[in-house]
Design a protein around this ligand. Structure first.
Ligand code: NDP
Length: 244
């Protein structure tokens, strides 16, 4: 059994894709996982599955754009297990389109989920971790946090922001609290379902043919978590071998 046994790990966006894969893998390694998302039917099924395999899991309804829901989510994890060791800020949306399509509502949604959601996770979790004197934030960015592509300006902007926030957080709280940024390349999940623009949707369908499984990103989360306390894995980028 790995050294993450008994760690309390909170995962946002655990109802599909990378969050779901992380919940499965980490619970198999003995972590106590607390899962949040809006689709609670999915979370309920996942928790039953994890428990039937001998794992420890709980779930709570969560919309990361609502600060009070994030506060309640972290409170729930802390009161259920007595501590919060790791927060995986994973929830994200990616409705891609060209800027001149002026899909302002979708820009706002990306900013709300991908940036505000991460900030809400930090705001809710940091006081708990500071009181404990230890903890780890694992923030999921993207290769879009390093370069911009057409149709992805706003999405990339949100991921650049997650990268900047993670680095700032590390510089400010590093010492007691570890901060890891994980940036996946194209990965199997439901992420592209949020694209409403037909052209961007088709282009992404083509691009996603080389997707790697979500379990590959889950393994990088496990890697960052299982390092000894004095080792802080700052950044991991995981791409399909086939990409350039
Ligand atoms: P999925 O669409 O499969 O998962 C996204 C998760 O986010 C779902 O569980 C969804 O749950 C949750 N979510 C969305 N909006 C909210 C909200 N307002 N409140 C709470 N949860 C929310 O995609 P991925 O697994 O791929 O995405 C996970 C992360 O990985 C994202 O941050 C994404 O940007 C990043 N990423 C993914 C890549 C990929 O190719 N797949 C590449 C690079 C980065 P629900 O709808 O039930 O609330």
């Amino acid at each position: 059994m790995s050294n993450i046994k008994g760690k309390v790990v909170v995962i946002t966006g655990a109802s599909s894709g990378i969050g779901e894969a992380a919940a499965r893998l980490l619970s198999r390694h003995g972590a106590h996982v607390v899962l949040g998302a809006r689709r609670t039917d999915r979370l309920e099924a996942l928790v039953s599955e994890i428990r039937s395999e001998g794992g420890t899991a709980e779930y709570h309804a969560l919309d990361v754009t609502q600060k009070e829901q994030m506060d309640e989510f972290i409170r729930f994890a802390n009161s259920t297990f007595g501590r919060v060791d790791v927060i995986v800020n994973n929830a994200g949306v990616m409705p891609l389109s060209l800027l001149d399509a002026l899909k302002v509502d979708e820009w706002d949604r990306m900013i709300d989920v991908n940036i505000r959601g991460v900030l809400h996770g930090i705001a809710a979790g940091l006081p708990v971790m500071k009181q404990q004197g230890s903890g780890q934030f694992i923030n999921i960015a993207s290769i879009g946090a390093y370069s911009v592509t057409p149709t992805a300006a706003v999405y990339c902007a949100t991921k650049y922001a997650v990268r900047a926030i993670s680095e700032g957080l590390r510089l400010e709280v590093g010492g007691d609290i570890r901060v890891t940024l994980i940036s996946p390349g194209v990965t199997e999940s439901e992420l592209a379902d949020s694209i409403s623009d037909e052209e961007a949707r088709q282009a992404m369908k083509e691009y996603r043919r080389i997707s790697i499984p979500a379990s590959a990103i889950a393994r990088s989360i496990l890697y960052a978590m299982e390092q000894p306390a004095e080792v802080d894995v700052n950044e991991i980028i995981v791409r399909p071998t086939a990409s350039v």
